[in-house]
Design a protein around this ligand. Sequence first.
Ligand code: CA
Length: 225
Amino acid sequence: MHTHILVAEDEPKIAALVADYLGAAGMQVSVVSDGMDVLPAVARLAPAALVLDVMLPHRDGMSICRELRQSSTLPVIMLTARAEEIDRLLGLELGADDYLCKPFSPRELVARVKAVLRRSAPQVAGNGGTPRFEIDEQRMRATVNGQRLDLTPVEYRLLATLLRHPGRVYRRDELLDLVYDDYREISDRTIDSHVKNLRRKIEVALPGQPVIHAVYGIGYRLEID
Ligand code: CA
């Protein structure tokens, strides 16, 4: 079965070029040109990756990516017409996996698509080895054993904090301090629920290998071996 890639691009020439190259690389390609059609097409086609132009009619790629990220880890490569826009896009923490600036080489796009597909491929889990966490501070992303964790900013900061000193017990109020910039509507319970979500996401990548442990009445620690 071919890997299905959804391309959201309203410039017909670029869409056709991208479809040609991805097709030649053995992928099945669907194209949508209207921003309003992207999320319904993702739901209908369940593609393996999305190539998403920032400037689309009726709905821009940024808001599409942000909404998608609330419920999906689908790899997204965003296309932008302006190099200087990439910094801004990164700052918005849209959760895209990669960015390409127009005009781009179609070969480069194919290489980037293959790279995000590789990164998102499920790893063989449960081998019982020491999990290997990697933190990308600039992009606020984390992977475990090469598998991307789809974390909220708070979950990312929690994990990055716990990873700084594996084995060390962090008190809840300490975590609150380290993870939040401000204290609106935040309680110890909030930390518990974020930890719970973070654990659940790690559990998907590391079934049967709990790494975050509650220390009764105090807080949490992370153990990786
Ligand atoms: Ca466009």
